[in-house]
Design a protein around this ligand. Structure first.
Ligand SMILES: CC(C)(COP(=O)(O)OP(=O)(O)OC[C@H]1O[C@@H](n2cnc3c(N)ncnc32)[C@H](O)[C@@H]1OP(=O)(O)O)[C@@H](O)C(=O)NCCC(=O)NCCS
Length: 145
């Protein structure tokens, strides 16, 4: 029987538990505090991917909902990977009515370029124009004491 897939934007404490658990062990936000994840979610457009009601994947978008958006914190639970869920999740993000007609949609990835390329994302056309303040390992150093 085919599992029923849905995207929901609302979330509760048990969703936060799972999302925090996954993000705290991800390569990009290792050790992130639960309260920081909650604050980030409150300021984002959240995409909770459910299969038969159970949370199995997540992504969030930071955006002015007019000109710019940043896609981040994308994951599918390990046991559910390789079945097209990540692909479907990215498609749902890009189809969201408040994320249409943007001048720029950004993301950063270590190794999932192929996934995003299928949805129109391309390497930076002019990397020399981009600048950033980046603090890798921030949460690990904060959690030391
Ligand atoms: C990336 C991720 C969300 C993909 O979810 P998924 O449900 O397994 O993805 P799909 O089954 O829809 O795969 C779609 C395509 O994405 C590509 N892909 C998926 N994960 C990839 C990875 N880690 N590296 C490179 N390509 C990847 C594959 O090319 C796949 O194409 P195929 O079907 O021809 O093999 C999932 O692997 C994940 O949660 N990884 C850990 C967290 C992470 O790295 N998130 C991305 C941060 S930018």
């Amino acid at each position: 029987m085919t599992a029923l897939r849905a995207i929901l934007h609302d979330w509760d404490e048990s969703d936060l538990d799972l999302i925090h658990r996954e993000l705290a062990r991800s390569y990009w936000s290792e050790g992130i505090p639960r309260a920081t994840v909650a604050r980030a979610m409150r300021g984002s457009l959240n995409f909770l991917l459910r299969e038969d009601g159970a949370l199995v994947g997540y992504a969030r978008v930071v955006s002015d909902r007019a000109t710019f958006a940043y896609l981040c914190d994308v994951f599918v639970l390990e046991a559910r990977r390789g079945r097209g869920l990540g692909d479907w999740l990215v498609a749902q993000v890009l189809a969201h009515p408040e994320l249409q007609g943007l001048r720029r949609f950004s993301l950063v990835t270590r190794d999932a370029h192929a996934l995003y390329a299928r949805h129109g994302f391309a390497p930076l056309a002019a990397p020399a124009r981009g600048m950033e303040i980046v603090r890798p390992g921030l949460y690990l150093s904060e959690n030391k004491d």
